[in-house]
Design a protein around this ligand. Structure first.
Ligand SMILES: *Cc1c(COP(=O)(O)O)cnc(C)c1O
Length: 246
């Protein structure tokens, strides 16, 4: 098989996995969006995936978004951003047509986004990234602080809060991650119960190649899949998750 054929076949397998777990637990597979995590993947392979019908993709680093932008700009697709975002990269995020930042994790970033969006007369969808695994190394707001951040972001009218995102525990035992996903769901329910004006957390972005079934069982509406579709990456994930992005 060529690399392109492998990607198409992996995509079909992934969609099958989603359907299968949905059938087991009685969820409608159409409630779940498959997001392709495209870090380190060359644009031509991303193009293959988009053209097979998978329109939702996301990068972790603004630099990669920029490098692939020209190659992909004429093929209709939807860009989310799932990496650590520095405030000095906000202009780039807007320039390269990102429609949702899934990794909003602090108020100063939200305020600067609001300023820039006002200036450009745009709006931006956001998910609040929650550190459900309590690991120092991962980004995301601490569970106890999520409500406060949501309440503050709700006042920033250019930001549309759509839900929550988490990476969860990175464990060889997928079952260990279930508690993280459950916690995200609980936080969603608690915040929705507060009926904060302008806030209805619909999306739960959780689950990756190794644990998407568990995430769907626990209520995921977006699963973010890289390796299972594009193959193994040469960089360790710590390169993307543990240090400040550039
Ligand atoms: C890379 C990445 C994923 C996908 O991980 P895989 O294990 O390759 O499926 C999901 N979410 C984020 C934030 C990522 O950086």
């Amino acid at each position: 098989m060529t690399k392109n054929e492998t990607i198409i076949s992996n995509l079909q397998d992934t969609l099958e996995r989603i359907k299968k777990v949905c059938a087991t637990i009685g969820r409608n597979p159409e409630e779940i969006k498959l997001l392709l995590a495209t870090k380190t993947v060359p644009a031509e392979y991303i193009q293959t995936a988009i053209q097979s019908g998978q329109l939702l993709i996301a990068e972790n680093k603004v630099q990669e978004l920029k490098e692939k932008y020209d190659h992909l700009k004429n093929i209709y697709h939807i860009n989310h951003f799932i990496g650590h975002l520095q405030t000095n990269k906000i202009k780039d995020i807007l320039r390269y047509d990102v429609s949702c930042i899934q990794s909003l994790d602090r108020l100063d970033l939200a305020k600067k986004l609001q300023q820039r969006l006002l200036f450009e007369n745009k709006t931006m969808e956001v998910l609040i990234q929650v550190n459900t695994s309590n690991e120092e190394s991962k980004f995301g707001v601490r569970p106890a602080m999520v409500t406060e951040l949501v309440q503050e972001v709700a006042h920033l009218d250019r930001l549309k809060i759509k839900g929550l995102m988490t990476i969860g525990l990175f464990s060889a035992e997928p079952e260990k991650v279930r508690g993280c996903f459950r916690l995200l769901k609980t936080i969603q329910q608690e915040i929705n119960a507060l009926q904060i004006p302008n806030v209805n957390l619909k999306e739960l972005s959780m689950g990756m190649s190794n644990d998407l079934e568990i995430a769907i069982e626990e209520g995921a509406t977006i699963v973010r899949v890289g390796t299972a579709i594009f193959g193994k990456r040469i960089y360790p994930d710590s390169y993307y998750w543990n240090e400040h992005g550039r």
